[in-house]
Every structure is written in C-alpha cells, then in structure tokens.
Design a protein around this ligand. Structure first.
Ligand SMILES: [Zn+2]
Ligand SMILES: [Zn+2]
Length: 473
C-alpha cells in the first residue's frame, strides 16, 4: 500500500489567526518552562497583548483547553492558567488517522517489535525497585487493568517519553483492530491466559537481567497475536470501519471535563463506531442538540474542537449539516509534540527513536520493490519539490517510498519536535544548508548504492553510521 503522492502528514500547514495566537501562547508557556498553575493574564490583558478580538482569542484558548494546556478561570484573580497537557485527544486522533490511512496489521506489529524491543533494552538498563513492582503487577493483571497495559507499562518504564507515546498509539491501534477481529472470531489472543503467562515470562526475564530473552519472548508473543489478527483484519486505505470504543481506561473522559470537550469526544466516537464516510452529512445542528441534550452554544463549541482535529465540520445552507472530514493528523501531531516537550524530551531520546524510524523506513522502502537511483533522489525534471541531493531530501524520499503510514507519522512527530520546541532547528532549505559537507554526499551516494543493489544489511549499516555522525536533522 502506498499513500498517494503528497499524502505524507505535513509538519507545517497554513494557519488561521486563532491557531497562530494559540502557538504564541504555547511559545510563552514553553519559554517560561511550564509554570503549572500560574496565571498568564486576564482575557482583556491577553487581547491587548496579542492584538486580537475576543472571539479569536477565545477560539485559540478553546483548542488549548481541549488538550488541557491552559484553562480559563473565571472570577477575581482569574485568567488564563497554565495546566498539565493531556495527550489523549491527540492520540485518539492519530489512531483514527492511521486506521484511515490503511496501516496494515503487519506494519503495526512491525513497529511494535521495533519500539517495544527498544523499550525492553531501556527498562533493563534502568530498572528500579518500584519498576519491578509495576512490571510484575501489570504483567499479572493485579493492577486491575487490561492485559494490553503490560505493553504500555514497558513504554512508561523505558524513561523515554517518545517511546512511551509511540507504544501507547500502537497498542491502541492493535486494540482497534482486535475489536474488529473479535466481531468476526469471538475471543482474542490477548485475552487468553496464554498471553498473561507470556507477559509474566517477559517481565521475569527483564527483572532477572536477561533482556535478550525478554526481547525474543516478546517477538514470539506479538507474532502470535499478529498471525491471528492478520487472518481476520485487512485494512484498506480510506476505509471507514466500525472500530469501536478505544478506551483502554474508562476514566479517560472524566465527567468533570468541560462539557463541549466531552460532547466532541462522543460525536467523534459515534462517527467512528457507526462507520461514517468522509463527506457524509450526519444531521443538522437541531438534530445534534436534541440527540446529545446540550445547548446550541455547547454544541457549537464542540464543533470547533472537532474542526481543529479534522473530524467534522458544519456546512451551512441547503443540504448542509455536520459533515465528516477526511482525517488529518496535523493538529494531533502538533499537540503530541507539545506534550512531549512538556514531558522533558531530550535530544538523546529523539535521536534514539529517530534512528529506528529511519532504519524502519529504509527497510520498508527496500522491500516495497525494485528501487532505482532516480526514484530515490526524486525526479527533478518534474519539479518534484522533494527532489534534492541532501540527507533530509533523501530520507524524505525513502519515507515516502516506504508506504508505511505508521513510520511516516512517527517521523512527522519527530520533525515537528525538532523544528518547533527548542530541541533543534531543521534548516529551512536543507539542500543549501551550510551544514552540508562533501563527505556527506559520498555517504549518501553509498547508501543509495546499497539500496539499489538490494543489500539491506549494508544499506542499514551505512544509514545508521550516517545518522550517528550527523547529529542534526
Ligand atoms: Zn501482550
Ligand atoms: Zn535537500
């Protein structure tokens, strides 16, 4: 499967004024190093500061409130308060997008192999007494959570927030596919007591310091689930399917959360679970107001949130109503990058994950079919925007050729972090960047040669060495 040209989630898209204001608020919060609980200013002060109307400011704030970055507190001493960001809405947006993009069971499970093996290595390096407890209780199910949470615990204990988040996304996507498969085959692999035994064996190997055994047991464990799933689920790009609720944790949408946010969540869940199509008109404002039993203003507020996450939009006029939008992960990617910045992600965290993502793209591109040099460097005759001779251009091409929506999306998250949150800056025109050296060119040619020759091991070796020697993006 390949996404159509230009379908790779862009790190940057044209912005509305409210989005720009939201970003300036975020910049300020980052600059002040997330002073949680601090008041950034009253509504009046902020309007003056940003030079925008009340409605623009409110729109900007609404979007940030939905991911809990800020909260508007009313009354004396009130104002815009810095909060603790919650990545849940963005993670759900990404899961919906990946399913829509047709991520296959093989692609999802392959990504899980890569990142969960990495997590096991990291957990083994830095396991603490309390980590042992957490690992054992999630493996045995004593923590009262679903078996999938063992995998999420591995991510959490790795100490790398990027890894933790990627594993979270992949486990939810697997759960969505499992939900679909269960509709066909009844019980699931992960539900069986075999899965629990395997989790315990993996946990005990990690505790005993046998991380290689833990890694190979994990591969066997995931392989079993993958074989079961891939026989039943065949995702197609653009397919709109009933994937069911994605709550691994029923407390994810607490009741006290602002009403508009929870209405937005319910509308999105309904669109997904009822298998609505892109472009389908779901009903009028009046229909929804009575269906969800909320006021017109709450409904309108929830629609702005859904529009922001590219879920649905209100179309005016005859034949109008709430229209399902094509899933677009741009806003979710930004929110995730912001959340990772809040979690204190370091350049080392990013580089470790980036290496796996780039090598994964390289392998997938090589396995997608015969490659030639012109394809890898892009076709400059056609004024291909990605045709260039630098490292960034080459790796962008390889990612597109991989046709793997999971890896492409994870790459966009890394690129956004690199660009926007002080982790580093990608040169705006990498081909003309002063960072480029002649030996860089020779290295890139050598990578391309190995790829064209179909020598996967050598191509991987050269790419890995190239990435380690050039710490920039
Ligand atoms: Zn499992
Ligand atoms: Zn370039």
């Amino acid at each position: 499967m390949r996404l159509p040209e230009g379908k790779e989630p862009a790190a940057v898209a044209p912005e509305k004024l409210a989005v720009q204001v939201a970003r300036r608020i975020v910049d300020e919060i980052i600059e002040r190093q997330w002073p949680i609980g601090e008041v950034l200013g009253s509504e009046t002060a902020l309007r003056e500061h940003f030079g925008v109307s009340r409605s623009i400011l409110r729109e900007a704030i609404r979007v940030l409130e939905h991911s809990r970055v800020v909260q508007m507190r009313q009354g004396p001493g009130g104002g815009l308060v810095v909060g603790t960001p919650d990545p849940t809405p963005a993670i759900r947006g990404v899961v919906i997008y990946l399913e829509y993009a047709g991520a296959t069971v093989e692609q999802v499970v392959h990504a899980r192999f890569v990142f969960e093996r990495m997590a096991i290595a990291a957990v083994s390096e830095s396991l603490t007494e309390s980590g042992v407890q957490e690992l054992r209780s999630s493996a045995s199910g004593e923590d009262g959570r679903l078996p999938e949470n063992f995998h999420i615990a591995l991510g959490r204990l790795s100490g790398n927030p990027v890894l933790e988040l990627y594993i979270d996304i992949l486990v939810r996507l697997t759960a969505a596919y499992t939900h679909r498969a269960r509709g066909i085959a009844g019980n699931t692999e992960e539900e069986g007591c075999a899965a629990a035994r395997q989790h315990l064996a993996i946990a005990e190997s990690i505790v005993a310091g046998a991380s290689s055994r833990a890694q190979s047991d994990l591969v066997t464990h995931l392989d079993r689930a993958a074989t079961w799933l891939s026989g039943l689920v065949h995702p197609q790009p653009g397919e709109s399917t009933a994937i069911g609720p994605m709550d691994l944790d029923p407390d994810e949408w607490p009741r006290e959360r602002k009403l508009a946010g929870s209405v937005a969540g319910r509308i999105r869940d309904d669109i997904v679970s009822e298998g609505r199509y892109v472009g389908e008109v779901l009903g009028s404002e009046a229909d929804f107001v009575s269906r969800y039993g909320v006021s017109r203003s709450v409904f309108r507020e929830s629609i702005r949130i859904l529009e922001h996450y590219s879920v649905a939009r209100m179309r005016r006029g005859p034949g109008g109503g709430l229209v399902v939008l094509e899933p677009d992960p741009t806003s979710s990617i930004r929110t995730i990058a912001l959340y990772l910045d809040f979690r204190g992600v370091t350049v080392e965290h990013l580089r470790a994950v980036r290496e796996e993502v780039e090598l994964g793209c390289l392998t997938a591109a090589m396995r997608s079919g015969m490659l030639d040099k012109a394809e890898l460097w892009g076709d400059r005759q056609r004024r291909d925007s990605k045709a260039g001779r630098c490292s960034t251009c080459l790796r962008d091409r390889v990612a597109t050729l991989s046709g793997d929506p999971v890896l492409m999306l994870f790459r966009s998250v890394l690129a956004t972090l690199w660009d926007e949150y002080g982790t580093g800056r990608r040169p705006s025109d990498p081909c003309r960047s002063t960072d480029q050296t002649p030996d860089d060119r020779a290295e890139l040619d050598a990578i391309v040669d190995a790829m064209v020759a179909g020598d996967e091991g050598l191509a991987q070796f050269r790419m890995r060495r190239h990435l380690r020697e050039h710490p920039g993006w």
